[in-house]
Design a protein around this ligand. Structure first.
Ligand SMILES: NC(=O)c1ccc[n+]([C@@H]2O[C@H](COP(=O)([O-])OP(=O)(O)OC[C@H]3O[C@@H](n4cnc5c(N)ncnc54)[C@H](O)[C@@H]3O)[C@@H](O)[C@H]2O)c1
Ligand SMILES: [Zn+2]
Ligand SMILES: [Zn+2]
Length: 385
């Protein structure tokens, strides 16, 4: 089959690889009909999350069940499904606590309580390096889906792939960021990053009764997208008066909820890059720092942007002084997927308006380059195997 294979930093090509096979009785093989590129894939592409051998990437995918193992009861051949990006058993301590990203059974070689740089990681994820289970991903014609009695969600005909594909990751991720803010309705949000995840957080904030949603990004075309599809207010991240503007819009106090939908690859100056090399930091924690500045005292900061190293000068003094609540981590997609599917099905939210490019899988290499380098006003790419 054909698949987008990561070889080394900046080198992804569409190659012929071996077809996936059923390896455990509760596996299914999916024929992929649509798959997307995520900002998290860029962390591998850019070398911020290390991978030393070739691997098929992709954790946002959906398709048709081609073959089901003997103990699969939840889906059958011919079913059309979307698949959450965390691979989870549905039965362990963490799955029982609705924390599928921390599943104890899907990353046997590198799992543990430590959360260290190179060991003691969380549960398995599709196409997300050997540290997270070494599973091949879904930017491919076919993919093996383990733990198929827990992950895949059946999608009825009548909804297009594009309408439901983002239930795999970015919609639940944006929704998680908002839900972690414990909204009761009437809150003001400041959302850093107006890429796919930030855009989904903006949609989720409105769904949860936001009074005001302020989006921040250095790229004007992404802010334009945010205004067009989500009717939010926007501020350019390079604005010299960024924090003053946020405070002037929030009664001088700051936002109730601040969201980091940027992660460690935030835009950086040459000096910031040099500091990171000296401190052995992967990228920067700038977006977290911005969140702690922009949120009000006693407010909540949700960090769904990905971080993969410790950071010098982490603003713990401000977090303490302002009495902030902070939540970090991968989104527990399985926890929300049923609820979010109903929201999509009832037309309360539209997800496919963020797609800017639909391309054949064969063009994955160019698609990565375009998404990473923000060419052609790219926001979200869907690949068709
Ligand atoms: N926690 C999860 O479960 C989860 C799931 C999916 C993605 N992610 C992560 O979310 C992050 C965003 O993903 P994406 O797909 O939207 O990627 P993306 O790279 O397209 O979006 C990041 C956006 O942040 C903007 N940005 C850069 N520096 C900024 C700054 N200083 N202030 C404000 N904005 C800034 C960029 O211009 C870009 O628009 C990534 O780190 C990704 O790994 C996490
Ligand atoms: Zn993702
Ligand atoms: Zn589990």
């Amino acid at each position: 089959m054909k698949a987008a294979v990561f070889h080394k930093i900046g080198d992804i090509s569409v190659d012929n690889v071996e077809d996936p096979k059923i390896e455990a009785p509760d596996d299914v093989i999916l024929k992929v009909t649509s798959t997307a590129i995520c900002g998290s894939d860029l962390h591998i592409y850019d070398g911020f999350v290390p991978q030393l051998r070739d691997q098929v990437l992709g954790h946002e995918f959906m398709g048709i069940v081609e073959e089901a193992g003997p103990s699969v009861t939840k889906v059958k051949k011919g079913d059309r499904v979307v698949v959450p990006f965390p691979i989870a058993c549905g039965q362990c301590y963490f799955c029982a606590h609705l924390l599928p990203g921390h599943c104890e059974h899907t990353n046997p070689d590198h799992y543990g309580p430590e959360g260290d740089l190179m060991k003691g990681k969380g549960g398995g994820m599709y196409g997300y390096t050997d540290l997270y289970g070494g599973y091949n991903g879904g930017q491919a014609e076919y993919v093996r889906v383990p733990k198929a009695n827990f992950g895949p969600k059946i999608i009825p005909d009548g909804l297009s792939d594009e309408e439901v594909l983002f239930l795999t990751d970015i919609f639940p991720t944006g929704y998680t960021a908002v839900d972690w803010g414990e909204p009761k309705g009437g809150e003001t949000y400041v959302i850093f990053g107006s890429g796919p995840v930030g855009l989904m957080a903006q949609k989720s904030a409105w769904l949860k009764g936001a009074k005001r949603v302020i989006a921040v990004d250095p790229l004007e075309y992404r802010l334009q997208k945010a205004r067009d599809v989500n009717k939010v207010e926007t501020i350019n991240a390079n604005d010299a008066d960024l924090m003053e503007k946020i405070r002037s819009m929030t009664g001088g106090r700051g936002a109730d909820i601040a969201i980091d939908a940027v992660g460690m690859e935030a835009n950086r100056t040459f000096l910031e890059k040099a500091k990171a090399v000296i401190n052995a930091e992967k990228g920067t924690d700038k977006a977290i720092d911005y969140c702690t500045q922009a949120v009000r005292r006693g407010g909540i900061v949700s960090v769904v942007g990905v971080y993969a190293s410790p950071y010098d000068n982490f603003p713990v003094h401000r977090i303490f002084d302002k009495g902030l609540i902070m939540k970090f981590g991968q989104a527990p997609v399985q926890k929300y997927i049923d609820e979010l599917f109903e929201i999509v099905r009832n037309g309360k939210v539209v997800l496919n308006d963020i797609i800017t490019h639909k391309l054949p899988l064969a063009e994955a290499s160019n698609a990565y380059d375009m998404f990473k380098n923000k060419k052609d006003d790219c926001v979200k790419v869907v690949l068709k195997p």
